[in-house]
Design a protein around this ligand. Structure first.
Ligand code: ATP
Length: 506
């Protein structure tokens, strides 16, 4: 008859099997669950799961449980070195109940983390007889010894882990491949992949879905680099015009004369270099969508012409008085404070109201940290493709830095940062140093890392955060912000300098 503990073990196995068959996508939590179960059922105090990296023939701690788990993860083990290395090299499981006197034991790691190993149990994770990793349990509870029975169970768990790992890896590879192909397809068609994970962006996409079905103009607002152009693409791609052209124009890129001809075209002889008739972007976009980026920089004269296109769908080419009629949906974007431009008389209010029928504000990256890991991994895959290097991801410290940085340049800055890290980083994980970022919570007031944990640093980080927030709420008007903060304006201005507070609108 089965004992209670066996029933518990069998139930755990069934539970793990169900998970393996249902949740391929999150391999880390699955492996953690397997390791936790093995540790609990074999009564270990601590445990690790190491994976073999064939490129450098080393074992990396993928998961480490127990009081010193976080410390262990910094180490790597050479093939054949230590008990885990021995198990990987010989592809055999072992019980070591007198670790101190076992030649294979790596004293270095135990000493450095201050966690003496007395007893150990280790089993290889095998796929088609090849060892791809090792599970090891450390110190049987209550100073007991590990038994043959424990070892047999650990082997079963190690097999489960190997199976889960293999399934998840194939799943991830297929998913990455699909994403890469989709991305390639989009790039070939001139579009970008939009990564969205945070609830706030998912909500924006839902709004965009609804907005896309209409023909109204849309004004997309947000700081530089937040992805306004990608949202414009989504509006077009989700609309009934998606099989028609999507034409982009940067209104700040050209001087007034050239921009007019670029937008509306010209006829032969309209100006010195007009040697033949030329279609403008509005005509090229006929039936589709035009995206006017940096609309806040559109010169007054062209603002009047644009207003007419919106109201009457007609315009004249430069040098012609014949009206051209087009059916174009207008999307516009700006990172400038357009309301202030209207107040100052630099942007026509009638055009603003026409464009602003459906305004969509894209929040800066610092307000949606959930997007950071997803975006970072997406750019990492692009970096891998371009540099042909093999990165498996980011070290924990690197990811913490990405998450705590303020990203004044938003996603564009993150993209550049990862691209650079792929070039300078060494396989197989991107390290914090490769990011070339100050490890700061707000790009201001100095970094906050292991060596720099003083109260003064923490206070400065808080001050920088808080002041940025108040400035943002007051549209970066220092007089107003100083009033809210109840300090002198001159003192605020000094703090801005001292704490390196950056105005993203400048
Ligand atoms: N959600 C996202 N997923 C993937 N890539 C993104 C995302 N958002 C932005 N990017 C990338 O970040 C970069 C900046 O995006 P984009 O040009 O759309 O920003 P913008 O808000 O229009 O900036 P600007 O105001 O300076 O014109 C681009 O390379 C874009 O592909």
């Amino acid at each position: 008859m089965l004992s209670t503990i066996d029933v518990q073990k069998f139930n755990t196995l069934i539970e793990i099997n169900t998970l393996i068959n249902s949740n391929y996508s999150d391999v880390r939590s699955l492996l953690t669950k397997i390791l936790e179960s093995a540790t609990k059922l074999c009564e270990g105090e601590a445990s690790s799961l190491l994976l073999v990296n064939k490129t450098d023939n080393k074992l990396y701690f993928e998961i480490a449980l127990g009081s010193k788990g976080a410390d262990v993860k910094k180490f790597t083990v050479n093939m054949g070195e230590g008990i885990a290395g021995w198990v990987a090299q010989h592809n055999t499981s072992i019980i070591v109940n007198d670790v101190k006197n076992d030649r294979r034991h790596l004293v270095g790691i135990s000493n450095q983390i201050g966690y003496p190993s007395k007893t150990m149990l280790a089993a290889p994770m095998r796929i088609k007889d090849e060892c791809i990793g090792v599970i090891e349990l450390i110190n049987k509870k209550d100073d007991k010894y590990f038994t043959q029975d424990d070892l047999e169970w650990l082997e079963i768990f190690a097999n489960q882990a190997a199976m889960a790992f293999q399934n998840a890896r194939s799943f991830e590879r297929a998913r990455d491949e699909i994403q890469l192909l989709q991305d390639q397809l989009k790039t070939d068609q001139g579009y970008h992949t939009l990564i969205a994970k945070s609830p706030i962006i998912i909500e924006k996409l839902e709004i965009i879905d609804r907005v896309a079905k209409t023909d109204s103009s849309v004004l997309i607002l947000g700081e530089s680099g937040v992805g306004k152009e990608l949202f414009a693409e989504q509006i077009h791609l989700r609309s009934s015009r998606s099989d028609k052209p999507f034409v982009r124009v940067n209104c700040a890129a050209l001087p007034e004369g050239l921009l007019e001809s670029e937008l509306f075209g010209h006829v032969k002889g309209a100006f010195t270099n007009a040697i033949q008739n030329r279609q403008g972007r509005f005509e090229l976009a006929d039936g589709g969508t035009i995206f006017l980026d940096e609309i806040g920089d559109l010169p007054m004269k062209l603002q009047a012409k644009l207003l007419r296109v919106i109201q009457q769908k007609t315009f004249e080419k430069v040098g012609s008085d014949i009206s051209v009629t087009v059916n174009v949906r207008i999307l516009a974007a700006t990172n400038r404070d357009i309301e202030t431009l209207v107040e100052k008389g630099e942007f026509r209010s009638d055009l603003y109201y026409r464009l602003n029928v459906l305004p969509i504000y894209i929040p800066p990256l610092r307000q949606r940290p959930e997007d950071i890991p997803e975006l970072a991994n997406f750019f990492l895959k692009k970096g891998i493709r371009e540099t042909k290097k093999h990165f498996d991801g980011f070290s924990n410290e690197a990811m913490e830095t990405l998450l705590s940085y303020a990203w004044p340049g938003n996603i564009r800055e993150l993209e550049n940062c990862i691209e650079r890290a792929c070039v300078i980083g060494k396989e197989k994980y991107i390290q914090r140093e490769d990011l070339l970022l100050k490890n700061s919570a707000s790009d201001s007031g100095g970094g906050y890392d292991e060596e720099n944990r003083s109260l003064k640093t923490a206070i400065n980080i808080f001050k920088a955060h808080y002041i940025s927030k108040i400035l943002e709420e007051n549209d970066w008007n220092q007089t107003e912000a100083a009033k809210s903060l109840d300090i002198q304006r001159t003192y605020l201005s000094r703090l801005i300098k001292e704490l390196n507070i950056f105005n993203p609108k400048e």
